[in-house]
Design a protein around this ligand. Sequence first.
Ligand code: SF4
Length: 350
Amino acid sequence: MNSPADGQHVTAPAGNVTPLVEVRDLKKHFPVQKGLFSRISGYVHAVDGVSFHIDPGETLGLVGESGCGKSTVGRTLLKLLEPTSGTIQIDGQDITKVDRQGMLPYRRRMQMIYQDPYASLNPRMSAGEIVGEPLIIHGDQSNREERRGKVAALFERVGLRPRLMDSYPHEFSGGQRQRIGIARALALGPELIVGDEPVSALDVSIQAQIINLMMDLQDEFHLSYLFVAHDLAVVEHISHRVAVMYLGRIVEMTDKTSLFEMPLHPYTEALLSAAPIARSGSRNRRRIILTGDVPSPINPPSGCHFHARCPYAMVRCRVDVPALREIVPGHVAACHLHDAGVTFPLAQAA
Ligand code: SF4
C-alpha cells in the first residue's frame, strides 16, 4: 500500500460504481444590472452547460484559468448558489428543486473548504467554537463537554493540538487555519467535500502538507472531493480524474494520467505546456503560448468559446459548438479537430 505522502491514494474508486454525484447540463447565469433602475442588460454565463459525475472515494480535479467558472461550479453543486438550470443528483435524487428545509440532510453530506482560511473563519470565535459550530447548527444532542471531546478529536485528526481549541484564528499560521477549516468541514461526517482552491493561498511546503492530509482523510473516511484549482501540479497530485474548464464549459475530462500524458484538446495542451511540471513525454513538446485573456463571459465567443485564442482554429470553429464526446474510451474532449482526423498531441516536436 502507498502512503498518501507518495502521491498515490490507498483507496482507488472501483469501476462500475454508482456515482455519489451526477451533474447534468448545469448552468449558472448571473444577471448584469445597469442604470438607475437596475435593468438587466445581459447575463454572465459563468457555468454554461456542465456535466460530470464523482464516484464515492474519488477526487475530480477541476482546472482552468481564473474566471472560467470553476469556483461557481463548486458553489452551485453545494447549492450555495441556485442553479439557473440543469440537475444535480446526490445518490440519484435531484437536489436542484429541493427547498431550504429539505436541503438540511444534504448539507450534512456536502461541505466546503475555502481558499482563504483566514477570511472564512470568524475572528470573534475560538477555533474550537468554529469547528463545533456545525454540530450545534445541525442539532447535535451532546452536552458541552461531550461536544468539546468531539472537537478535540477533530483537532487531533487534522494535526492540531487540542489545547489550541481556545485560541482565536489570528493566533494560527495559514496552514493551521486551513486545518481548522478542514476540521470544521469534517465535523458532520460528510461524503463530499468541495475544495475551492484550498491550498493556493499557502506556501508551497505547507501546500504539500495540506494536500497529503486531504488524501489521508479521503482514504480513512472514503470521501469524495471536487478539487477546484488553477495549479496543475497540485491537481495532478490529488486527483483521480481531471476536468478542464474554459469559459463556463468543460472542454476535456479523463483520468489524470491520460490527461497529462495525452491531452486531446488544444487548450489543455496550452495549459500543460505553460506549467512547470516535469514528466515523461512532455520534454519534446513545443510550448504553446496563449495570447490574450479569457474573453468576457457576458458575451462569450460564438461556436467554440476558445476559437479567438486557439492556434488551430478553423472557419467551422466560429460557428459550431463542439460537442464534448468520447474520443478514446474514458476520455472526452470538445474539439472539431477530432472530426477532421487530426492526431494529438498537436504540439509534439517533429
Ligand atoms: Fe480550436 Fe476549433 Fe478545437 Fe475550438 S474546436 S479548440 S477553436 S480547433
